[in-house]
Write a protein that binds this ligand. Structure first.
Ligand code: SAM
Length: 215
């Protein structure tokens, strides 16, 4: 099975487990099932495969540690692992504790299921404050869910040599989107990077996804 098929199989298994648990525990959050299904949609794979494809040429030569901030269930780490050495530590950082459990479940049977693909429950900014010196790359596909000041802090607080790869969008109507942009140019300007290596747009039916890679 390729990584897409494995992700679908593992996602279905998580959804089944949630349903089984809900039969005996009224506290179980059934909405989580939809969130898991959404996280492995065709559109999610397209957005994250686009990210990996464009980022690979700009990975620092001696990359040892990559942090994925607001990593959700870790789809970027699953795809990226196919292209980087197993010695590279890829850390998924998310403030929602459930993402860790589901995320490890999604890795089952994958090349990425070894010890160097990790999930850490933490706030993105707290993690950057504590560990910023240790990472060669910061990836964040959840900028639209984080405050502008927090994204600015991540960019300004990183080591100069650390490469960043950031995604946001113009999907203003979603309530949880607190940091959206009207254009790719506006997103680039807000980030105020010293060097921009790539800036591009992926068009969805209802909105545009923006991505910027730089230092
Ligand atoms: C809806 S999900 C992912 C959305 C994104 N468009 C994507 O496709 O990757 C947003 C994730 O960001 C996480 N998140 C939001 N704010 C965060 C923060 N300050 N620190 C860490 N994780 C955060 C949430 O817990 C959630 O798992």
């Amino acid at each position: 099975m390729n990584y897409r098929e494995l992700a679908y199989r593992n996602a279905l298994e998580s959804v089944r487990a949630i349903y089984e648990k809900s039969k005996y525990d009224p506290e179980v959050d059934l909405y989580r099932s939809i969130d898991i299904i959404n996280s492995v949609s065709t559109w999610q794979f397209e957005g994250k495969e686009w990210l990996v494809r464009e980022l690979l040429p700009f990975l620092p030569e001696k990359t040892e540690k990559i942090a994925i901030l607001g990593s959700w269930y870790g789809l970027v780490s699953i795809i990226l692992r196919n292209y980087v050495s197993e010695d590279v530590i890829i850390r998924n950082i998310d403030s929602d504790p459930v993402t860790e459990v589901i995320g490890y479940g999604l890795l089952k049977g994958m090349d990425s299921s070894h010890k160097n693909t990790q999930f850490i429950v933490d706030d993105a900014v707290d993690h950057v404050i504590e560990k910023r010196k240790t990472y060669d790359v910061f990836i964040n596909t959840s900028c639209e869910h984080m405050e502008k000041d927090d994204i600015r802090f991540i960019v300004e607080g990183k080591k100069p040599s650390t490469v960043v790869c950031l995604q946001s969008n113009n999907y203003h109507s979603v309530q949880s989107h607190i940091n959206t942009y009207d254009s790719l140019e506006e997103f680039v300007e807000e980030l105020n990077l010293v060097s921009v290596y790539y800036a591009g747009t992926l068009k969805a039916k209802d909105y545009d996804r923006y991505m910027v890679i730089g230092q």
